[in-house]
Design a protein around this ligand. Structure first.
Ligand code: TRP
Length: 339
């Protein structure tokens, strides 16, 4: 079993990033060792070129994301943690796969349609071929499993189609170059919403800092944000159905359940009939207890550029070695002479 996954580097990391993708990666890293497998996790910095970007911000976001991943529990000695830009095999394999990927396949990608919007003619070529780079990311390492959000499932299916067509067109039946990866879509992927508006996702770009719990927030700030979080006047219901039409209440209960690693039903069983005057302090304390150790490591590590660059440097060396055999096999299968 080999798990490979990527994340786009962003700044202002918050609770939604942690409970969304990052914690899931940490769990996989901790579970896989007993199976004799391994994990590769990378910063998809090459993918960031598909949208307009500020170079200095990309560099600082990449380092910031590494600090967050390590603070949250990704161990660079146990997992291979790196950024694409230091492993040229990603870009190389993408080009090789561009010969196999079909225009029709990419034209069906919903992310391209969403992100290019009405301005298709002005979208970058990188936005269009983004899923081919993503296929290269995982095929390069013979990934068996790829944890992704629901929105990335279509890209994973494309990676399988590309792998299958390449194996078919260029490989002997008993010697395929690529493994077909399976997506792992976490069933309980916590959707963390804004503390000010239960219908909007918690987001780094919300102008109100009160809308999110940042990984840099200290205990007092967390308690204050929870105290001020938007709610309704009703007490908590006894069952999940009672949260219908109460997005703010549902969000706070969801955050509690995700942090306590339990379900909505269990949380409601404990707090049924109680008002937010009682629930909010409990939620605040739970947040502080879970986030304080992460916050301490994050705040320290994010300013240690030397340590972050060393982590990436070491991870990239491991990744380059793991990628080499597959990249060589792909060149050879295509008849490219590299004597
Ligand atoms: N496209 C993914 C996202 O936006 C990030 C990503 C890039 C990725 N390459 C990948 C995820 C390879 C899984 C595997 O979330």
């Amino acid at each position: 079993m080999r798990i490979v996954s990527g994340i786009q580097p962003t700044g202002n990391l918050h609770l939604g990033n942690y409970l969304g993708a990052i914690r899931n990666w940490v769990r996989m890293q901790d579970a896989i060792e007993s199976d004799g497998g391994d994990c590769l996790f990378f910063l998809a910095d090459l993918h960031a070129l598909s949208m307009p970007h500020v170079p200095a911000e990309l560099a600082s976001n990449t380092r910031e994301m590494v600090a967050a991943l390590v603070a949250c529990g990704i161990d660079p000695d146990r997992s291979t943690l790196f950024n694409q830009a230091q492993v040229p095999a990603h870009a190389e394999l993408q080009w090789l796969l561009n010969g196999t990927a079909r225009m029709g396949w990419l034209n069906r990608m919903t992310q391209f349609k969403d992100k290019s919007g009405k301005n298709r003619e002005g979208a970058s070529i990188a936005l269009f071929t983004y899923p081919v780079l993503q296929a290269a990311d995982v095929l390069l390492y013979q990934a068996t499993h790829v944890p992704v959000g629901e929105d990335q499932k279509q890209h994973l299916e494309l990676a399988r189609d590309i792998a299958q067509k390449f194996n078919n067109d260029f490989c002997a039946e008993d010697a395929p170059v690529f493994t077909l990866p399976d997506p792992i879509i976490p069933p309980d992927a916590a959707r963390i919403m804004s503390l000010r508006d239960g219908s909007a996702k918690m987001s780094k770009s919300d102008p109100s800092d009160m809308s999110r719990i940042n990984l840099t927030d200290d205990a007092d700030t967390i308690m204050q944000k929870v105290r001020k979080a938007k709610t309704d006047p009703e007490p908590l219901p006894g069952e999940a159905a009672g949260l219908a039409g109460r997005p703010e209440a549902a969000n706070l209960v969801g955050i509690y359940a995700a942090l306590a690693e339990t379900g909505t039903a269990e949380v409601l069983a404990e707090f049924a009939g109680k008002g937010f005057g009682q629930f909010k302090p409990a939620l605040g304390e739970l947040l502080v207890a879970k986030l304080a150790p992460i916050n301490a490591r994050f705040v320290e590590l994010r300013q240690d550029r030397g340590a972050l660059d060393a982590i990436l440097h070491k991870g990239a060396a491991k990744a380059r070695a793991l990628a080499a055999p597959t990249l060589d096999a792909a060149y050879a299968a295509l008849g490219l002479v590299r004597g």
